[in-house]
Design a protein around this ligand. Structure first.
Ligand SMILES: C[S@@+](CC[C@H](N)C(=O)[O-])C[C@H]1O[C@@H](n2cnc3c(N)ncnc32)[C@H](O)[C@@H]1O
Length: 342
């Protein structure tokens, strides 16, 4: 059984992408077909998940150990252990999963000492650059507590996807660890911080970027934080401190007609508009070679109209993207994010 994890409330959208799948718990969708796919509405996958049942944490850990021991022993690279619970569950199940993970580590340390040393802490993938090291040489062990006595266990290496990236994410639930920042004028910055993890890169000192729909300036602040230069395009002005920053060029105008004089390193867009306009915008920038990296949010009214996303990765790959994924990020509400690199 292949499990997919999504935001609470996005199960119907994910099921539309995975015909025949069923909802096991909030944010957990099971697909018997088990084919590798990169659904927009899933941020994490548990390949070949197997269920164990036992009455105590210790017995659950023993059963999990039985399932993962040979895989961990056979592997030669680093591994991560994620303890998980369904979306929006109270404190009981996350604590149960944590307890099982703790016991599993103790069993590995006692019985497979050398292999257990290959476990990496989550801090190793807590920055986009570190997360970008996560690949086929790694192993991801996932423990999902469905109830006090039912646990789903998966141990698998990430598999490369057709359009770039891997089917598994290195962060628990696929939720990249976005740090809280009180400086930006809006909380929208969280979406861009999370997107950098998914593209596996972030702007470097002095790189040139265009921020479309920049006001009041959350994304611009996030770009500046990394030392990038920003052309901020919006009909509305940026918050004054950002507008005064010497690295910011403000363009009061239409995001859809703006074009930089020469190609930039990053184009990011958080413009509120109908989905086809965002998709066309992304395609146009990629096809014209106007940016190396692109992050564009696509906003929906309510939870419908997602069909328009079908075939978008192929379309953007045809426009020149070597890496392209479309994902509902943890900080996206009624929106998804296009992540692309030429
Ligand atoms: C969700 S807000 C962007 C928030 C911003 N990313 C931040 O972090 O603070 C969307 C912005 O898109 C701008 N916008 C919508 N249509 C636009 C257009 N055609 N041209 C320029 N800006 C537009 C709006 O003025 C608004 O400031």
């Amino acid at each position: 059984m292949r499990l997919y994890l999504c935001s609470a409330g996005s199960e119907p959208a994910l099921q539309e992408e995975l015909p025949g799948s069923r909802v096991l718990a909030p944010g957990v969708v099971a697909d018997a077909a088990g084919a590798a796919a990169d659904p927009v509405f899933a941020r994490q996958v548990l390949p070949d998940a197997r269920e164990v049942q036992a009455a105590s944490v210790r017995l659950l850990a023993e059963a999990a150990y039985g399932l993962v021991e040979a895989t961990i022993d056979r592997a030669t690279g680093p591994f991560l252990i994620h303890d998980l619970a369904p979306a929006d569950s109270g404190p009981g199940l996350p604590s149960r999963a944590r307890g099982v993970a703790r016991e599993l580590r103790a069993l590995l340390a006692a019985r497979r000492k050398r292999a257990s040393r290959r476990e990496r802490p989550l801090e190793d993938v807590a920055r986009p650059a570190g997360a970008a090291n996560f690949g086929q040489a790694w192993l991801l062990v996932q423990l999902l507590a469905l109830s006090a006595d039912r646990l789903l266990v998966s141990a698998a290496a990430p598999q490369p996807l057709r359009r770039g990236g891997f089917d598994l994410a290195p962060w628990p639930r696929g939720d990249a660890p976005v740090a809280v920042d009180r400086a930006p004028p809006s909380r929208a910055y969280q979406k861009l911080e999370e997107a950098f993890f998914w593209v596996g890169a972030e702007p470097r000192q002095g790189e040139r970027s265009v921020d479309l729909g920049a006001s009041p300036g959350g994304w611009t602040a996030t770009l500046l934080k990394r030392g990038a230069q920003v052309i901020a395009v919006d009909r509305a002005p940026l918050e004054p401190p950002l507008a005064r920053d010497a690295r910011v060029t403000t363009v009061i105008g239409n995001a859809f007609t703006y074009q930089p004089a020469r190609a930039v390193d990053w184009m990011v867009s958080d413009v509120v508009c109908e989905p086809p306009r965002s998709l066309d915008l992304a395609q146009r920038w990629l096809a014209a070679g106007l940016c190396r990296n692109l992050i564009v949010t696509v906003k929906f009214k309510g939870r419908t109209g997602y069909r328009i996303l079908e075939g978008v990765p192929d379309r953007l790959a045809a426009a020149g993207a070597g890496f392209v994924r479309v994902k509902q990020l943890a900080h996206n509400k009624n929106e998804v994010t296009i992540l692309a690199r030429r």
